[in-house]
Design a protein around this ligand. Structure first.
Ligand SMILES: [Zn+2]
Length: 190
């Protein structure tokens, strides 16, 4: 599993190192990857002074700027399909990207936009040859997204969206790339 986690981190980071300037101004900087914590005992990493939650993965917003995940969340998801860890890392990386964007480029539905960015990153990395997907991974991706969806539709900022919404945003990014994930009225150049 650690190999897949490393491949996901390196592939997504490489995607942004290569492509950031195609979409955004400024220079890309990688978020810190804190990595795993064990929810059975962890008080770290703290985000805004709060200990990490069990069964969670999260991005701690700038200025902390790090990504971390409960090892148990990853192990459980990985047991159902190795592509799970790619989705989780790409989604959290999506939040790190949002934190670097002008506020007008952030979708009000931050979690769904993070799914869209995740799709764009993963397919972009696949196109670059830095992440290799295998047959059956598309189905596994669908399962991974399903297992992380809310049981109700998106309604407020903290919602993740129901399974149809999450898959729809992920596919939008996978097919349309990063531009498809930005609020249309504020795409650069308009
Ligand atoms: Zn999220």
């Amino acid at each position: 599993m650690q190999q897949d986690i490393d491949a996901a981190v390196q592939g997504v980071d490489a995607y942004w190192q290569t492509h950031w300037s195609e979409f955004f101004t400024g220079t890309y900087s990688s978020p810190t990857v804190y990595g795993e914590y064990d929810s059975a005992s962890a008080v770290d990493p703290q985000c805004r002074g709060k200990p990490p939650l069990a069964n969670n993965a999260f991005y701690c917003w700038l200025p902390e700027d790090f990504i971390a995940w409960d090892i148990h969340l990853m192990e459980n998801g990985y047991a159902a399909g190795d592509v799970y860890v790619y989705f989780i890392i790409a989604h959290e990386w999506g939040h790190a990207v949002q934190a670097r964007l002008d506020v007008r480029l952030r979708d009000i539905a931050l979690e769904l936009q993070a799914d869209c960015i995740a799709g764009a990153e993963l397919n972009g990395a696949a196109q670059d040859g830095t992440i290799l997907f295998e047959e059956g991974d598309a189905d596994e991706l669908g399962q991974a997204i399903k297992s992380t969806a809310d049981a109700f539709p998106w309604n407020k900022a903290t919602d993740h969206g129901d399974v149809n919404q999450r898959i729809s945003y992920f596919n939008r990014g996978w097919q349309g790339g990063i531009s498809a994930c930005l609020p249309q009225s504020s795409v650069r150049g308009n």
